[in-house]
Design a protein around this ligand. Structure first.
Ligand code: AGP
Length: 613
């Protein structure tokens, strides 16, 4: 996963930046690089593989200077190679950039820049940023203004740091959306920048966190922050405690909150290096499969528990639609007790964040004994579910500490979408054009997730109104029915409120008897093929005096006349919609639990990894 470190002060930047990058090693990366400014010239060293390769390179070809930036990269566009590693330089060698995120419109920007004579050295999306900035400075803007204007041309979510030989006293840092944070560390006559606090915590505990669409100009003696529209910002300074737990939690009150807000970034990491945004081709290097084997597959059986099982129910829609393979989903805790029918033409897909859930592992063993192909989707690298599988996909969500799973859930949805595209390509159920379109849809996810998170304050306000209700009903249809189950699970596990998830069409077969003015009904009613049906369920709930909260598509004003409260999410193709519809439900559960004073990160009776039957 990508990491950024920057330094400006009186000391040599190289060891400080390198040391910061080392502290981010746990996030994973495939290449790394550093650039410093020395006597008016930018010097750069990059290398693939482990950080020690870059360290060795720096020992052989040292660079030093009082201002510098560094980056660890996990490939998204282009292979891990030295020329694709950050920092990226402008053609005149005067500007250099490091970046986390995905430039969704990089293909069109690259064509535009090429037509103006810009030479591209890498296959990355990042490189367009440095060329845009160089052009804007050439047109007469200073570094901050050029960066601001360049950022206005980028689509997607980003964290960016810029250095220039023309402005040797400053770095410019930007945060747009949730492709990772940008923290400014305040020192004595020196300043630090980092995507993750552990990178700089050894030097300072006084930090400023950029919000989305903010930009900072950072010199040795201070910093100034403005919005991307150019208004000055008086950013608050946070004092971070030294203990490792507070340090890891950073600006957030709870890990669960941090993990919800990290989802733009975690999804960027999930997508990284696995799909080509040019031709839509999916590469899952740890799940080798020939076209012949993929075509022979007759069935997929997904086994999982809790939140991971609900992710599997969403994945069923994705796999059946894109790869045209029948999928059944079962609880790990039930599977081995029904003597399941399996053979070599079946694949059993275990989904497990921890990779150690005993019931899911038992289901995997059952599948192994019956000769099925065994796959897993895991977050914890090296876990049992990863080791015993024939092929696996990692979630790349980063450590999930909160017991209530959030970012691992959305990551496992995206992993299943990638798996569905991969199988669809191998089985010939997807055309090249369809694959390209899917890649473009996936590229938008981190940014759109950021849009939902930007509205968190609305959910917080709603939570204050709902905190004292004792029962909730969550309704959804089709691919968003499992999201109703997941929303209800989130609420009950951390706030101890009874909540039930139901397929909306089933409401009239029983649960409708429960609805009265004491029963909030949460309806996922986005504009898809079942929208009208959802509206009629909402009307039925309203007719019985239920309090209706709708999760709806941005721009749908009609629904305001039907529901008591509306939480909007951006429009996405239906198969990807659960990635955004679940987020207001995670936020609602979180804020209700906080309102009720519950122990959000360690709810009673629950463990992060359930290793007993
Ligand atoms: C999720 O919020 C729960 N804490 C729980 O349902 C969890 O998803 C389940 O125990 C499965 O865990 P796993 O993904 O690590 O296998």
């Amino acid at each position: 996963m990508c990491g950024i470190v920057g330094y400006v002060g009186q000391k040599n930047a190289t060891p400080i930046v390198l040391n910061g990058l080392k502290r981010l090693e746990y996030r994973g990366y495939d290449s790394a690089g550093i650039a410093v400014l020395n006597n008016g010239a930018i010097e750069r060293r990059r290398d693939v593989g482990k950080l020690e390769n870059l360290e060795r390179r720096l020992a052989d070809e040292p660079i030093s200077g009082a201002i510098g930036i560094g980056h660890t990269r996990w490939a998204t566009h282009g292979q891990p190679s030295e020329r694709n590693a950050h920092p990226h330089l402008s053609n005149d060698g005067q500007f250099v950039v490091v970046h986390n995120g995905i430039v969704e419109n990089y293909l069109e920007l690259r064509e535009l820049l090429r037509a103006q004579g810009v030479r591209f050295e890498s296959e990355t999306d990042t490189e367009v940023i440095v060329h845009l900035i160089a052009q804007l400075v050439a047109q007469g803007h200073d570094l901050t203004e050029a960066t601001r204007r360049a950022c206005l041309q980028l689509r997607g979510a980003h964290a960016i740091v810029v250095m220039s030989a023309r402005y040797p006293d400053r770095l410019v840092a930007v945060r747009i959306g949730n492709a990772g944070g940008v923290a400014l560390g305040i020192g004595q006559g020196e300043m630090y920048i980092a995507s993750d606090i552990p990178a700089i915590l050894e030097y300072t505990r006084q930090l400023v966190f950029l919000e989305s669409r903010q930009l900072a100009t950072v010199t040795a003696n201070g910093y100034s922050v403005q919005t991307l529209s150019g208004e000055p910002v008086d950013a608050a300074i946070h004092q971070i405690a030294w203990d490792p737990v507070s340090a890891a939690r950073g600006e957030y009150r709870h890990f669960m909150q941090k993990e919800i807000f990290e989802q733009g970034r975690s999804l960027t990491d999930t997508i990284r290096g696995r799909i080509s945004f040019e031709d839509g081709r999916v590469t899952l290097s740890d799940l080798p499969l020939s076209a012949d084997e993929a075509r022979r597959l007759k069935r997929i059986v997904t086994v999982a528990c809790g939140t991971s099982a609900y992710a599997g129910l969403v994945g069923k829609f994705m796999l059946e639609a894109l790869a045209r393979i029948p999928v059944e989903v079962d609880y790990g805790s039930e599977y081995r007790y029904r003597d399941p029918i399996l053979d070599g033409d079946c694949a059993v897909l275990a989904i497990t964040q921890s990779g150690e859930t005993v019931d899911t592992l038992a289901a995997m063993e059952e599948a192994r004994e019956k000769g099925a192909r065994l796959w897993s989707i895991v977050n914890v690298i090296g876990s049992q579910a990863m080791r015993i599988a024939d092929g696996y996909i990692t979630m790349q969500a980063g450590p999930e500490i909160g017991v209530a799973s959030t970012k691992a859930f959305t990551a496992s949805l995206v992993d299943q979408y990638l798996l569905a595209l991969y199988l669809g390509q191998l089985r010939g159920t997807l055309s090249a054009e369809q694959a390209r379109q899917h890649a473009q849809d996936i590229a938008r996810l981190p940014d759109l997730v950021g849009h939902v998170l930007d509205r968190a304050a609305e959910v917080e306000a709603l939570a204050k109104k709902l905190r004292d209700y004792q029962n909730f009903l969550y309704l959804g249809r089709g691919i968003n029915y499992p999201i109703a189950l997941e929303g209800a699970l989130k609420l009950k596990e951390i706030s101890y409120i009874h909540a039930e998830g139901y397929p909306a069409g089933e409401m009239k077969h029983g649960p409708i008897a429960l609805i009265d003015e004491k029963m909030p009904v949460l309806a996922i009613a986005i504009q898809d093929s079942v929208y009208e049906k959802m509206i009629s369920q909402i009307e039925q709930a309203k007719a019985r005096r239920g309090i209706v909260i709708a999760v709806a598509t941005e721009g749908d004003t009609f629904i305001q006349s039907k529901a008591d409260h509306v939480l909007y999410v951006p429009k996405l193709p239906p198969l990807l919609s659960p990635v955004v519809t679940v987020i207001p439900l995670q936020l609602l559960a979180y804020y209700v639990a906080v309102e009720r004073g519950a122990d959000v990160d360690q709810p009673r009776n629950l463990a992060k990894s359930v290793t007993v039957e």
